[in-house]
Design a protein around this ligand. Structure first.
Ligand SMILES: Nc1ncnc2c1ncn2[C@@H]1O[C@H](COP(=O)(O)OP(=O)(O)OP(=O)(O)O)[C@@H](O)[C@H]1O
Length: 565
């Protein structure tokens, strides 16, 4: 009798794997159990979601009985039912008992709020998160920026003197108190541009929330307390930012497709006495600007119903101090300066209008090199159409004269701002009042008369080449000061004499202050080197300077188109 032996399993045959410690019966039972998850799948799920592992272990330890499970499920159900009620109640309370304001982050007010929050809340409390912003240190003696630096933060020992590291509130929400009043500050970031719409130049996401913005909320029924808070932030900036001017540049470019933001940087104030120009013209202009911002003048504009605006045109060769004087004037008046460069070609009419809408009431706006922005006479609808070939038939001539203007030459971008767009932005009905507009130009004759008419431009000031007096003063500033500070061999009287000699050697009204400044910088504070090398420098540069400035060889002059009221 032979016993039938079961065939030995071959290496390729499929044999059910039995987990160690389980017998075959258990294995086959569990396979039939509804909802059973094989162990290897559990393991890979736990590896992907470690939280599942934690929950599984917790449940295993608690071993909830059927009753406990019911209670847990009931609690979850209750939470789900109560949550919408709670949300509605919360929304109602917010609506009924609080006031809030939203400020786009590119608005100057937002910068003031962020600076106050950074200094008074973030650095003054046991904060656990902050946003650090690095920028070039403009003035190492600037007290405000040192106060805002991380070195002052609790427990942080960074003491950087080369770079400025500002500590600002991070994205998120923060509660703080001003006296007995609670405030909620929220800072919202931005997402991709793709799914956003634009509202008044700002990005809005799908839920209607303004991106890159700040929201301030407090208890009450009137916005007064929030207005008071923004005023406090403004005062804080004025008190702490003494010695600096905030310079804003119109955004625009690949990273800012709407081109409507202001980017800012803090700079040490340039003093007016470092600008060399005709003293009479300079002081007349300063008096005019001071008067414009006086209460008396404000009242005059209001009483007469005249829009409260003033405009200057600074013209003259490049490097004669137009931009430098504008910056110094802003520092003198204690206001910020806003630069717009239309020649870059990436600001549209709409973008320019929004830029002007975002200006504060007291500021200086500089539209640089307005002639090179391509908004000349050719854009004026009243200007003559370009001549068409006389040998064409009258029909063809008529067709050609109606064609749009030809594309700009290769390498030059077509300007996106039109003359009417510019005029509308600077003094249209919706345009902001209170600003002092300065247009700078190297070639004012090419400007459209509409742009420079009285009311838009109230004063034209010519910035010319360097006079003898200016030559003396620039020598004393760039060479004399440093020589006196570092070399005891020099006396004031000697420097005065050297300055006179230097001024005599540089032909008057021939070179721009920028050219002479460049030469003197190369002398590294050495008066003897400056006097030794100036003759050769003049000889080398005079020919080109004379050709370039043949028509512009006189110092600053002022033409008052409209006298100040
Ligand atoms: N009148 C001046 N007094 C003192 N410094 C001057 C003067 N003019 C020019 N400079 C110096 O020359 C440099 C260029 O000056 P700035 O940019 O103000 O000239 P600009 O007339 O505005 O030139 P552009 O027309 O090219 O904008 C600056 O560093 C400035 O310090």
């Amino acid at each position: 009798m032979t016993m039938a032996t079961p065939p030995a399993p071959s290496a390729n045959s499929i044999v059910p794997q039995i987990a160690p410690g389980n017998d075959t019966k258990l294995w086959s039972e569990s396979l039939d159990t509804p909802g059973y998850i094989p162990r290897h799948m559990k393991r890979s799920a736990s590896a992907s979601f470690p939280i599942l592992e934690v929950i599984q272990r917790l449940l295993h330890r608690l071993k909830p009985s059927g009753g406990d499970l019911e209670k847990i499920l009931a609690l979850i159900g209750l939470y789900q039912a109560v949550r919408p009620v709670y949300n509605h109640l919360k929304d109602f309370c917010i609506w009924a008992f609080t006031v809030q304001v939203t400020i786009p982050e590119n608005d100057p007010v937002a910068k003031e709020v962020l600076a106050w929050m950074g200094s008074e809340v973030i650095l003054n409390s046991r904060t656990r998160s902050a946003m650090l912003v690095t920028g070039g240190m403009q003035d190492p003696n600037d007290d405000f920026h040192r106060r805002m630096m991380m070195s002052r933060g609790p427990g942080v020992g960074i003491d950087r003197v080369d770079d400025e590291v500002l500590c600002l509130p991070p994205i998120g929400t923060r509660l703080f108190w001003l006296g007995f009043r609670p405030f909620i500050f929220s800072r919202r970031g931005g997402h991709s541009y793709r799914n956003n719409s634009v509202m008044a130049g700002n990005l809005v996401d799908d839920s209607g929330q303004l991106q890159n913005s700040l929201t301030l909320m407090t208890l009450g029924w009137s916005l007064k307390s929030l207005q008071d808070f923004t005023e406090l932030c403004h005062q804080f900036k004025l008190e702490n930012l003494t010695g600096t001017t905030t310079v804003y540049f119109a955004g625009g470019g690949q990273n800012d497709p709407y081109g409507d933001g202001w980017k800012s940087v803090s700079k040490a104030i340039r003093k007016l006495d470092t600008i060399d120009m005709d003293e009479a013209v300079k002081s007349d202009l300063i008096r005019d600007a001071e008067y414009y911002y006086s209460d008396q003048s404000r009242q005059f504009f209001a009483d007469c119903g005249i829009p409260y605006r003033r405009g200057y045109l600074f013209h003259g060769p490049p490097g004669t101090g137009k931009s430098s004087f504008s910056a110094a004037l802003a520092g003198h008046l204690g206001c910020d300066i806003y630069h717009i460069n239309l020649a870059t070609g990436d600001i549209s009419d709409g973008g320019l209008h929004r830029l002007f809408l975002g200006l504060p009431r007291k500021c200086i706006v500089v539209i640089e090199d307005i002639d090179s922005a391509g908004i000349g006479r050719e854009h004026n609808s009243s200007s003559k159409p370009p001549p068409v070939a006389p040998d064409l038939t009258p029909d063809l001539q008529g067709m050609l004269s109606g064609l749009p203007p030809p594309p700009p030459p290769m390498g030059r971008r077509r300007n996106m701002v039109t003359l009417s767009g510019l005029l509308n932005a600077i003094d249209g009905n919706a345009s902001q009042e209170g600003r002092l507009l300065i247009m700078t130009s190297n070639n004012p004759d090419s400007l459209d008369a509409a742009l420079t008419r009285p009311g838009r431009i109230d004063r034209k000031i010519y910035f010319g080449n360097m006079s003898k007096t200016a030559g003396k003063s620039i020598f004393k500033r760039l060479i004399g000061r440093s020589a006196l500070a570092h070399d005891a061999a020099f006396t004031m009287a000697q420097i005065e004499q050297y300055a006179n000699e230097f001024a005599d050697k540089v032909p008057a009204n021939t070179f721009t202050p920028a050219q002479v400044q460049n030469f003197l910088q190369g002398c590294r504070g050495d008066p003897n080197k400056a006097l030794e090398e100036i003759d050769a420098w003049v000889w080398e540069n005079q020919a080109s300077a004379t050709t370039a400035t043949k028509h512009t060889s006189h110092t600053s002059t002022s033409e008052s188109l409209v006298s100040n009221p």
